[in-house]
Design a protein around this ligand. Structure first.
Ligand code: XMP
Length: 522
């Protein structure tokens, strides 16, 4: 296994992901001087604090020190102990992690004259095992204001950029590698090779797969939950379905899956979900709460308020169900890693409060919330779903947000608007499917703007809503580009929508990428 020590960088889970892509098990922990209970170092990689003696007990085959916002010369900054570099274990320091390695081993890090942010040209000036098969000149992603000025004893420079003479350095005898740039982000063109090389340097076997994640997580959940009662919020989407089946493997009949039909689902979705889960050994309960949600949303136009209301109402519905089934110890949610980042629970800014993370009310009537997929990216969740034997129509289902159509209707949500967006979306999905392009698109849906405009139908004037069609390409949903859908398909969809959906006289296609737009409209 490879241990990632997290110093607070924004994309540190990407580092873990790059390691997992090499079929090597990886855990992300923050470093602490304090005592750490041994059982906290859990197998599914749920990050916890770890101290030096616990690191030694873990016996990692490699250690990666992440980037982070601190400066090594500030006395309050977190630094790895010097002994870490004497364990005989290869260490890769990235950005702040590289500076911390250099600083702790006696080199010098200072504020740079020129900050480097964004794409930068890297030149490898010395052969290195970490750069095996890496192009001598390539583009890397930089994000630093400090830089390495002096290297510790036995270190030498292996790569440079125009403004950063020590862009990479190493002590090859001890397998210590420092890179100022971020190999984990895709902008670093050769980044994946660098991780693959590090995995080889560590001598890892590359035999870890999602089946191991599934087995470890099930075992861990069994251990944690024991005989406790578990309530799972099942939406029918990939994430909560995978979470539900993981939990059912761990606790069987102690699990009750509650599917809340909040009335903001896609056309026919409620019935489809119910049919799909009939085949599983779950206590499946469907709650029809459409009226309740609609009432709460009456007159509300602010997107964040809508998200919070829907999130809160979810919990209230669950509480009601929990009361009926008796004491419930745990609530399971299918939160995945991009939800966690975008809800700003780490150090990043709040973009949206995803209802299954930041939108929870302060008081929740359960002992604990369990989020077994919290550290996985979407494609990893799908892989886990396949391991668990979930059918492909669920596993490859496009993502659907917890707040549902509530955030695909700009402004106030009403029953009429829900019907419009459901019907328009069903037509759009049907035509995309017929055209055979669904597998190429990461997510596609119709949404309803709050714009009404003038049109002409038959011989009469109309003053109706504009539907917006969205389709994006993305691998991680944190950035996305608008898909270039064939005009003939869009034309057909637009025609069908204005003809078949009452209340719509205009159809728009959203060609914005994320950022600056987000995938959903609210
Ligand atoms: P955005 O709109 O933030 O969406 O670019 C990124 C991905 O997340 C989904 N999404 C949500 N999923 N609860 C969820 O479970 C939410 O509150 C939520 N908001 C957005 C969105 O559909 C896209 O796949």
């Amino acid at each position: 296994m490879i241990l990632v020590l997290d110093f607070g960088g924004q994309y540190n889970q990407l580092i873990a992901r790059r390691v997992r892509e090499n079929h090597v098990y990886c855990e992300v922990h923050t470093l602490t001087d304090g005592e750490v209970a041994a059982d906290k170092n859990v197998k599914s990689g749920l990050g916890t604090a770890i101290n030096f003696s616990a690191i030694k007990n873990l016996k990692p085959e490699g250690i990666i020190l992440t980037g982070g916002p601190q400066s090594v010369y500030n006395t309050s900054s977190s630094l790895p102990p010097a002994e870490l570099f004497n364990l005989g274990v290869p260490v890769l320091g990235i950005c702040y992690g590289a500076q911390a390695m250099v600083h702790v081993l006696g080199g010098q890090v200072k504020k740079s004259d020129v900050d480097e942010y964004g794409k930068t040209n890297l030149e490898i000036i010395h052969d290195s095992k970490i750069f095996r098969d890496v192009e001598k000149k390539s583009v890397v992603w930089m994000s630093h204001a400090d830089r390495i000025f002096e290297l510790p004893k036995d270190f030498s420079v292996t790569a440079q950029t125009e403004n950063c003479p020590v862009a990479a350095a190493e002590n090859p005898a001890k397998n210590l590698y420092a890179v100022q740039f971020h190999p984990e982000v895709l902008h670093t063109v050769e980044g994946k090779k660098i991780f693959s090389n590090f995995v080889d340097i560590c001598g890892c076997k590359r035999d870890w797969n999602m089946d191991t994640f599934v087995a470890d997580t099930v075992a861990e959940l069994k251990n944690k939950i024991g005989n406790g009662k578990v309530l799972c919020a099942l939406s029918g989407g990939v994430d909560s379905s995978v979470a539900a089946v993981l939990l059912s493997k761990a606790v069987g009949k102690n699990l009750t899956c509650v599917f809340v039909d909040h009335g903001l689902l896609r056309k026919n979705e409620s019935a489809e979900v119910e049919a799909a889960f009939k085949n599983y050994d779950l206590n499946f309960v469907r709650i029809d709460a459409a009226e309740r949600f609609l009432q709460k949303l009456q007159g509300v136009t602010d997107p964040e308020r809508k998200r919070k209301i829907i999130g809160e109402e979810f919990i209230r519905v669950f509480e009601d169900v929990a009361k009926k089934i008796g004491a419930v110890d745990f609530l399971v949610q299918g939160t995945i890693y991009p939800d966690v980042i975008e809800s700003g629970l780490g150090k990043s800014a709040v973009i949206k409060s995803h209802h299954n993370v930041g939108g929870l009310p302060d008081f929740v009537d359960f002992k604990e919330i369990i989020e077994p997929l919290r550290l996985l990216f979407k494609d990893e969740v799908r892989q886990a779903g396949r391991e668990l034997g979930l059918p492909e129509n669920i596993v490859s289902r496009q993502p659907f947000p917890g707040p549902g159509l509530g955030i695909r209707i700009i402004g106030e949500v009403t029953a009429d608007k829900i019907k419009i967006v459901q019907d328009a979306d069903a037509i759009y999905r049907e035509e995309i499917f017929k055209a055979g392009i669904a597998p190429k698109l990461s997510q596609y849906f119709a949404a309803l703007t709050n714009m009404r405009s003038v049109g002409v139908m038959g011989d009469g004037r109309t003053y109706d809503y504009a539907v917006v069609l969205r389709a994006v390409l993305t691998s991680d949903f944190m950035t996305a580009e608008a898909a270039q859908i064939d005009w003939a398909i869009l034309n057909l969809v637009a025609n069908r929508i204005v003809n078949e959906v009452k209340g719509v006289n205009r159809v728009l296609y959203d060609c914005t990428s994320k950022p600056p737009a987000t995938i959903e409209l609210e």
